[in-house]
Design a protein around this ligand. Structure first.
Ligand SMILES: *Cc1c(COP(=O)(O)O)cnc(C)c1O
Length: 233
């Protein structure tokens, strides 16, 4: 087995153990492999090991990989910031966008989504920590944005994505993730039918599963360490 196949197996074991500890069925939690900064041949190894969903942060880097791997049947998720001049690339090449946090971007993506492709599946990124500089819509503006996005013809609103502040102890990590879970449940109680709560990374996947995550975004635990900055856009 390759190192990546080993790592994927170890992640799947962690996911199963955390699901069982939380009283959840392991199949209720998906793993998105975050392949930013890793080359297409590395992604190809992960595909060979059975991984079929990939997340990318840097649009141009991602599009190169998507084109190189277009013969493979995999799903590509955009999880990084989207400048206005990149919306067309995103609309034309990705299956999902999880980092949506403003209506303007959503409108452009809907307008630019090619007719021959399925609608773009989207999650709203929500900022539950309240930090003013972090990406994500604030909890108080979330419901309005969800209503507006749900009306766009070429987008399908699937859920929420969140990146809570890192914490070291399990209970406070669970408490932070639980804020996003409460917002997710609140939207569904008000009539949405969201099925995706994207939260949890390599370091905090157990806490995220405990709080109700349905999709983990795992980078370093699958691919190894990255250089701190990643390539320029
Ligand atoms: C890089 C990244 C991840 C993966 O982080 P790891 O700690 O390497 O698992 C998940 N989500 C987002 C938004 C990221 O940018």
């Amino acid at each position: 087995m390759t190192m990546i196949a080993d790592n994927l197996q170890a992640v799947r074991r962690r996911v199963s153990a955390a699901c069982i500890a939380a009283g959840r069925a392991p199949h209720t939690v998906q793993v998105l492999a975050v392949s930013k900064t890793f080359a297409s041949d590395v992604v190809d190894q992960a595909i060979g090991a059975g991984q079929s969903m990939f997340g990318e942060n840097y649009i141009q880097e991602a599009v190169q990989k998507i084109l190189l791997l277009r013969a493979r049947t995999v799903q590509w998720h955009c999880i990084g910031p989207i400048q206005s001049n990149k919306t067309r690339l995103v609309a034309e090449h990705f299956d999902w966008v999880q980092s949506l946090d403003r209506l303007k971007t959503a409108q452009r993506l809907s307008e630019q989504r090619p007719a021959h492709l399925a609608p773009l599946q989207v999650c709203l990124q929500v900022n539950t920590d309240g930090g003013p500089t972090k990406a994500g819509v604030s909890p108080e503006h979330l419901a309005q944005l969800a209503q507006d996005v749900a009306l766009l013809p070429r987008l399908v609103l699937r859920g929420l994505m969140t990146i809570p502040e890192p914490t070291t102890d399990f209970q406070s990590a669970v408490a932070l993730h639980a804020r996003a879970k409460a917002l997710f449940d609140g939207l569904n109680a008000s009539g949405f039918a969201l099925d995706t709560l994207s939260m949890g990374m390599s370091a905090d996947l157990e806490a995220a599963i405990h709080a109700g995550s349905t999709m983990l975004r795992i980078g370093s635990a699958i691919f190894g360490g990255r250089t701190p900055q990643g390539p320029p856009q």
